[in-house]
Design a protein around this ligand. Structure first.
Ligand SMILES: NC(=O)c1ccc[n+]([C@@H]2O[C@H](COP(=O)([O-])OP(=O)(O)OC[C@H]3O[C@@H](n4cnc5c(N)ncnc54)[C@H](O)[C@@H]3O)[C@@H](O)[C@H]2O)c1
Ligand SMILES: [Zn+2]
Length: 395
């Protein structure tokens, strides 16, 4: 459900000292069986985070523990701190190490030690300011510290804004695999300020776009068409275009999560492009591809599998591959079909070694297939290798 409102911030605490005119903030409600929370999206919404946190919690927390990285803090820490001050909140900032390789139990333990050292109690909250890594670690720590304290997500990468911050999944990696340990801990509020993306490296921004494309393919034909038609605006981070795609992608995720909080059914369609995407990431030891880039390749593979399995029209597969290509380039695929086949059978989402594939019948419509013949998967992976080595024309 989408509603719009104008938010005024007469005492914003910004350096100019004057009132700031905030652009329109959109509100999307994530309605779960036992709870509900708002996702606020809008330029400059970071400036009103303090006030909105207060509103969402309904009472003043004893302490806000802002969890972030040095890099994100350098760009956006001050804006957030000013808004917390303006709202009369008490806060501390805790920096954690940057990068996927630090998303482990050690990081969670040391973060919780910090919570305790800073005097966090049951009335305290965690505010995650950063990408998906920060969101997953801070969310996990919030879910178990004193058996659970609230978390507010303020995602600062495109991927975290349209995906990781919504839906309540938290977790860390084990040596045996990614995201093998975690909890469901729904945030009390998600605040998305597209302006923070202005400092995001281009490669990270583009990687996030593939998750947006995925949302269009699985659920929102208008979003997909918009992405097809507005390449220049989206690529150049035009603020209107960003607001449009982020809002639509968040609506898709919010709707799916509301219908399937614990990934029992519908939520699996969010895995479009992920079966082979995850295998590509694992086969390259999570070094070659950003997650979104692997999903870009995975969507091409899923479209091809759909064609070979007779469920995806060739024209539709071509539209998907045209869009993926337009928002590329992607790092080339070096994995062999054999390696990919082995990895998809051991993926944590495979049941009894049988992988499932989300296939698309038309834009916005999907089906889950768990009986795709090995030969079809093999052919699709071989096509990726050919495409990426340039030996085959795209079509
Ligand atoms: N919980 C979920 O539902 C869910 C869903 C999807 C992905 N994830 C997880 O998210 C993680 C990936 O997240 P990510 O892609 O955001 O990567 P990330 O958190 O590693 O961030 C990427 C880089 O961008 C920097 N950064 C973040 N915001 C910035 C900004 N505004 N300006 C400049 N630099 C900025 C970070 O410091 C980092 O170096 C993975 O661990 C993945 O498993 C979780
Ligand atoms: Zn993903």
């Amino acid at each position: 459900m989408l509603s719009r409102r104008i938010l005024h911030a007469p005492h914003c605490g910004c350096e100019s000292g004057g009132a700031i005119s905030l652009s329109l903030v959109k509100k999307i409600k994530v309605k779960l069986r036992s709870s509900a929370y708002d996702v606020l999206i809008g330029g400059e919404s970071l400036r009103i985070a303090g006030r909105e946190i207060l509103r969402a919690l309904g009472a003043k927390p004893s302490l806000c523990m802002v969890v972030t990285t040095t890099r994100v803090r350098k760009h956006w820490g001050r804006v957030l701190e000013q808004s917390l001050r303006a709202a009369g909140l008490r806060w501390v900032v805790i920096e954690i190490k940057d990068g996927e390789s630090h998303k482990n139990f050690g990081a969670v333990e040391s973060l919780m030690r910090d919570f305790a050292k800073r005097g966090a109690d049951r009335g305290s909250i965690v505010v995650a300011l950063g990408g998906g890594v920060v969101g997953d670690i801070a969310g996990f720590a919030a879910s178990i510290y004193m058996r659970g304290i609230p978390v507010v997500q303020i995602p600062t990468t495109l991927l975290a804004q349209v995906d990781a911050s919504i839906g309540g999944k938290t977790g860390v990696n084990l040596a045996a695999g990614k995201n093998l340990v975690g909890t469901f801990h729904q945030p009390r509020l998600v605040m998305i300020d597209p302006q923070v993306l202005s400092t995001l490296p281009n490669r990270d921004y583009r990687a996030g776009l593939f998750e947006v494309i995925k949302c269009g393919v699985i659920r929102d034909a208008k979003l997909f068409k918009f992405i097809e038609d507005h390449h220049e605006q989206i690529s150049s981070r035009d603020s209107k275009a960003m607001l449009r795609i982020i809002t639509s992608a968040v609506k898709v995720k919010a709707e799916i999560v509301a219908k399937d909080e614990r990934e029992g059914g519908l939520r699996r369609i969010l895995n479009f492009g992920h079966t082979i995407g995850h295998a590509l990431e694992a086969d390259s030891a999570y070094k070659r591809f950003l997650h979104g880039e692997a999903v870009g390749w995975g969507m091409l593979a899923a479209a091809e599998i759909g064609v070979l399995a007779g469920v995806t029209p060739r024209k539709l597969a071509d539209r998907i591959s045209d869009v993926v290509e337009a928002y590329g380039p992607l790092p080339s695929v070096k994995s062999t079909a054999q390696d990919i086949m082995r990895l998809i059978r051991s993926d944590k989402k495979a049941r009894n070694g049988v992988p499932h594939f989300v296939l698309v019948t038309k834009i916005g419509r999907t089906l889950i297939a768990n009986d795709v013949p090995n030969a079809v998967v093999k052919k699709a992976v071989e096509r990726l290798r050919n495409l990426s080595s340039g030996r085959l024309p795209v079509r």
